[in-house]
Design a protein around this ligand. Structure first.
Ligand code: NDP
Ligand code: MG
Length: 389
C-alpha cells in the first residue's frame, strides 16, 4: 500500500473478542492504512463503548437488545450510530460504508452476517471458521458469484494462503495442517475424564477466546480446520493431513506435485495473520517479536492420537461424508463446549454428545441454506436434550 492509497475501512464483527481486539491493535498501529468503520459485540457493552470512544467508528452494533439504551447513552455525545439485535448485524453487513469485513464473531452466529457481506460484494477476512464448517459450499459459491475474496485469518489457513502466493498454475498435492496438540497432548482418557475447565482453558502457545481454547484442547479445532481448508482451497479430504507440532512455529505447509513442501513460519501471534489479511496483498512492517533460530532448539512432529482425542476422528468422518454432517457436528460441539464451560458435563462427555447427535440427525446430501439452518437447530435441540440443558 503506498501512501496515496485510500484508507481501508474495516468492519470488525466481534470487536470485543480475542480476534477483534487484536485487529484493533493492528488498526491502531497503522492509522494511515486502516480505520475501524463498524464495531460489533454481543454483550460486552462496556468494552464496545470504550472501543467506540477510542476509534470513532461510523456504526456500533450491540447484539443484546437489553443493552442498547446503555450503549446509546454512553455514546450520546458522539456521532456514532448505534444499532442492536441479530437482524441489525445483517443489515449493517450489507451497508456501503466499509471496504472489508473482519469476520471475528465466534460460532454459528457469524454465518448470516458473513454471508450478507459476501452477497453485498464485500471482501471478507475470515476468522469465523464455523461459517465454512456449517455451509462452506454455499459460502464459497457465493464468493465466486459475487467475485469477493475470502482471505483466511486462521493461522494455519493464512499459512497455506501465503504458501500459495505465486503458485496459481501449480496443483496442490496435499496440505499439512499443524496442531500444537493443546494442553493435554500425550494424555489418555483416564486422565482426561477428570480435567476441569480451568485446566482446559490454559493453552500452551496461544491466547484465544474460551470456545476455541476448548476446541483446541479436544482437537475439535483441528477437525474444524480440516473442513475449513477443504472449502477455502477446494481440496479433497485425502489431500488434508494433520500433524502435531507442539512448538507452533510452522503454521502449516503445502506440498506440491513435485514433492516440494513450502511452510510459513513465525512466532505464534494472531496479529500477524490478522494484519496480513487486512493488508493483503501487501505485507506491511511491524514490530512484533521475531522468531530466533538460536533460541528454539528443535522443531518436532508427531501423529495425532485420534483414539484418545476422538473429536478429531468425528470431524474427519464429517469431512469425508459431507452434506449436513459438518453442520450437525458443529452445532453439537457448540452445545457441548457451552455445557463443559459451565461444568455441566465432563471433558470426554463432549465427544459422546457430538457423536450421538451426528448419529441422530437425518443426513442430507446436498442441503439448501434453509436445510443447514434446520439441521443446526435440530442438532442443538438434540444435544441440549442429552445434556438436559
Ligand atoms: P471470542 O469469544 O474472544 O470473541 C467472540 C466475539 O464474538 C466477541 O466480540 C463476542 O461479543 C461476539 N459474539 C459472541 N457471541 C455472539 C453472538 N451470538 N452474536 C454476535 N456476536 C457474538 O472469540 P475469538 O476471538 O477467540 O474467536 C472468534 C472466531 O475466530 C472464532 O470462530 C474462532 O474459531 C476464530 N479464531 C480465533 C482465533 C484466536 O486466536 N482467538 C484463532 C483462529 C480462529 P462479546 O464480547 O460481547 O461476547
Ligand atoms: Mg487455527
Amino acid at each position: 500500500m503506498t501512501n496515496d492509497q485510500p484508507i481501508k475501512r474495516i468492519a470488525i464483527f466481534g470487536s470485543t473478542g480475542s480476534i477483534g481486539t487484536q485487529a484493533l491493535d493492528v488498526i491502531e498501529a497503522n492509522p494511515d492504512k486502516f480505520s475501524a468503520e463498524i464495531l460489533t459485540a454481543q454483550s460486552n457493552d462496556e468494552l464496545l463503548v470504550q472501543q467506540a470512544l477510542k476509534f470513532n467508528p461510523n456504526i456500533v452494533v450491540i447484539g443484546d437488545e437489553k443493552k442498547y439504551q446503555k450503549v446509546k447513552e454512553a455514546l450520546s455525545s458522539t456521532d456514532v450510530k448505534v444499532f442492536s439485535g441479530v437482524k441489525a448485524l445483517e443489515e449493517v453487513a450489507a451497508m456501503d460504508c466499509y471496504d472489508l469485513m473482519l469476520a471475528g464473531i465466534v460460532g454459528y452466529a457469524g454465518l448470516r452476517p458473513t454471508l450478507k457481506a459476501i452477497t453485498s460484494g464485500k471482501p471478507v477476512a475470515l476468522a469465523n471458521k464455523e461459517t465454512l464448517v456449517v455451509a462452506g459450499d454455499i459460502i464459497m459459491r457465493k464468493a465466486v458469484e459475487y467475485r469477493v475474496p475470502v482471505i483466511p485469518v486462521d493461522s494455519e489457513h493464512s499459512a497455506i494462503f501465503q504458501c500459495l502466493v505465486g503458485e496459481t498454475r501449480n496443483r496442490i498435492e496435499k496440505v499439512i495442517l499443524t496442531a500444537s496438540g493443546g494442553p493435554f497432548i500425550g494424555k489418555k482418557p483416564n486422565y482426561l475424564v477428570n480435567v476441569k475447565r480451568e485446566h482446559a482453558l490454559q493453552h500452551p502457545n496461544w491466547s484465544m477466546g474460551a470456545k476455541i481454547t476448548i476446541d483446541s484442547a479436544t482437537l475439535m479445532n483441528k477437525g474444524l480446520e480440516m473442513i475449513e481448508a477443504k472449502w477455502l482451497f477446494n481440496l479433497k479430504p485425502e489431500q488434508i493431513q494433520v500433524v502435531i507440532h507442539p512448538q507452533s512455529i510452522i503454521h502449516s505447509m503445502v506440498q506440491f506435485e513435485d514433492g516440494s513442501i513450502k511452510a510459513q513460519m513465525g512466532l505464534p501471534d494472531m496479529k500477524l495473520p490478522i494484519q496480513y489479511a487486512l493488508a493483503f496483498p501487501k505485507r506491511i512492517p511491524n514490530n512484533f517479536p521475531r522468531y530466533d533460530f538460536k533460541k528454539v532448539s528443535s522443531l518436532s512432529f508427531e501423529e495425532p492420537d485420534v483414539k484418545t482425542f476422538r473429536n478429531l476422528q468425528l470431524a474427519q468422518d464429517a469431512l469425508q461424508k459431507g452434506g449436513n454432517l459438518p453442520c450437525v457436528m458443529n452445532a453439537a460441539n457448540e452445545i457441548a463446549v457451552f455445557a463443559f464451560l459451565r461444568n455441566r458435563i465432563n471433558f470426554l462427555d463432549m465427544t459422546n454428545v457430538i457423536e450421538k447427535t451426528m448419529e441422530k440427525v437425518p443426513f442430507i446430501e446436498q442441503p439448501t441454506l434453509e436445510e443447514y439452518f434446520e439441521s443446526d437447530g435440530e442438532a442443538r435441540n438434540f444435544a441440549a436434550d442429552i445434556i438436559k440443558l
